[in-house]
Design a protein around this ligand. Structure first.
Ligand SMILES: Cc1cc2nc3c(=O)[nH]c(=O)nc-3n(C[C@H](O)[C@H](O)[C@H](O)COP(=O)(O)OP(=O)(O)OC[C@H]3O[C@@H](n4cnc5c(N)ncnc54)[C@H](O)[C@@H]3O)c2cc1C
Length: 465
């Protein structure tokens, strides 16, 4: 039987974090009722802002005694409801733990608290000539702790991988209240099971991360961006494999369909280059030597033109680059502006199957007579697919959406892909988990979760159906 937060519990929380860090009442709790998932809200009973691992440990001990749900929260920019307290209880916000503890240039490592905004981390290391590649499009808003919990990716995953490829050490508080230190400033470590990587992508269901050690790279000095419009979306999707086949691995290859570019144009209220093209690719290359980069850039441009590109726009300086990326950065806002009721999926398939995935999505949109628009990370097989309600009536939308979702998941699975590449299962996809994972795998995962959290207090209602 789940207890509710009463006056006595509020007082105990205030004794742990200080009264100013205990938030109550509809107005103060409103920012903690949702993340960026369209249409998902739930009221926590209380939100607490912690400033140390010890405070998290004490809150867990209290929550275990009282059987209270605890939902960790970074910046609340997730897209699967992971930070939403779907079973009420306590929202545990890491927003105040936002210190960059150390940039260790000798070991090429950075140590941070989880509430650091990812873009601030980027700027801090780049000022030292260093590089932290994972770059979710939300980087100026989301937190590094949220990135660890979601295994966040981003456009640069094609060449540099995702968050998981950079996490070397974690301090975490287990639901028991134990504070554990896993890994360290170590490039190699084969000591017991790899709990660091188990926590990466665990969507805040196993432990609360309170300190993070990340590997850094030297910042590549040279970079060039290309915007390539096509009048055939299949040709745009197909050119990705042609580029990789020439042994060139761009930093990013992003894909946008015409209707997406139009939605961005409408939101931004200005003309965008080649807005009428059926699809656009945004390709970025980086490297240490300008001459080598120029040669790769030329090869990529030739391959695109041979595949039917209408043009290749090149940006080597910041203002031109910002202009080319303007639409890409505005996409999610633009989709919400085009149809405030919509549903975004995060399908991932082997990169070479992207043309098949896009063809399947177009066929499905035709069959369902709905707008289903795609954009995303063509270079790593991760496509964000948004079903728009537009002016469909409520009943039609309610009937259509589950059909569309299941058909999209089955399509990705039939191509060797899966349900989500970077946004997570969270609250919104958990009913569909058995489509992708067999019962034995789900059972092992459930048992791992129970080993961390026998009383089921941490982020209940997430991942598992
Ligand atoms: C416009 C937009 C663009 C986006 N682009 C991308 C993209 O390109 N790539 C990508 O991967 N994602 C993207 N996202 C999704 C989102 O930004 C990421 O999932 C991000 O990692 C969420 O971080 P957050 O701090 O906002 O986490 P929150 O939403 O606060 O939390 C996310 C999950 O992490 C858990 N959590 C948070 N902090 C901790 C902690 N310290 N310890 C344990 N668990 C914790 C929460 O319980 C929750 O389950 C985008 C979102 C938006 C709105």
């Amino acid at each position: 039987m789940v207890r509710h937060v009463d006056e006595q519990i509020v007082q105990q929380l205030a004794a742990i974090v200080g009264p100013d860090n205990v938030l109550l009442g509809a107005e103060r709790l409103e920012p903690y009722t949702h993340d960026e998932t369209v249409g998902l809200r739930a009221d926590p009973e209380v939100a607490v802002r912690v400033t140390s691992a010890q405070q998290v440990a004490e809150i867990f001990r209290l929550a275990n005694r009282e059987r209270l749900p605890v939902t960790p929260r970074g910046a609340g920019y997730g897209l699967s409801g992971g930070a939403v307290a779907v079973q009420g209880g306590i929202v545990l916000s890491l927003e105040k733990m936002n210190r960059i503890v150390e940039i260790d240039k000798e070991n090429l490592m950075i140590t941070v608290e989880p509430g650091v905004i990812t873009g601030d981390l980027h700027r801090a290391v780049e000022a030292e000539g260093l590089f932290y590649p994972p770059d979710p499009a939300s980087l100026d808003s989301c937190s590094i702790g949220g990135n660890i919990a979601e295994g966040a990716g981003g456009p640069r995953a094609v060449k540099y991988g995702t968050t998981k490829d950079y996490v070397c050490g974690l301090e975490a508080v287990l639901p028991s209240g134990d504070i554990v230190h896993m890994g360290g400033k170590l490039v190699k470590n084969q000591t017991g099971y790899n709990l660091v990587q188990l926590l990466v992508g665990s969507e805040g269901t196993l432990a609360v991360v309170t300190r993070i050690i990340l590997r850094l790279l030297p910042l590549p000095p040279c970079r060039v961006d290309l915007l390539v419009p096509f009048d055939d979306f299949q040709a745009a999707a197909g050119v990705v494999s042609a580029i990789i086949a020439r042994r060139i691995v761009p930093t990013t290859i992003e894909f946008m369909e015409r209707d997406i570019v139009h939605a961005c144009r409408d939101l931004l209220g200005k003309d965008l280059p080649y807005a009428g093209a059926a699809a656009q690719l945004l390709i970025q290359l980086d490297g240490n030597h300008q001459a080598a980069l120029d040669a790769d850039c030329e090869t990529v441009a030739e391959l695109c033109l041979a595949a039917g590109a209408l043009d290749v726009l090149v940006a080597a300086d910041r203002p031109t680059r910002d202009r080319l990326w303007e639409a890409r950065r505005a996409i999610i806002d633009a989709l919400n502006h085009a149809s405030p009721v919509n549903h975004m999926e995060d399908l991932v398939v082997p990169r070479a199957r992207i043309p098949d995935l896009l063809r399947g999505i177009h066929d499905l949109a035709g069959r369902l007579e709905a707008r289903i628009l795609s954009f995303g990370h063509a270079g790593d097989g991760n496509v964000h697919v948004t079903v728009l309600k537009d002016d469909l009536d409520g009943a039609t939308w309610e009937a259509l959406l589950p059909q569309a979702r299941e058909a999209l998941y089955r399509l990705a699975l039939s191509l060797g892909g899966t349900l989500t590449g970077e946004h997570g299962i969270g609250a919104t996809r958990r009913a569909y988990l058995p489509l992708a994972l067999d019962a034995a795998q789900i059972e092992v995962m459930r048992r791992i979760r129970a080993a961390f959290d026998p009383n089921g207090i941490l982020n209940p209602g997430k991942i598992f159906p």
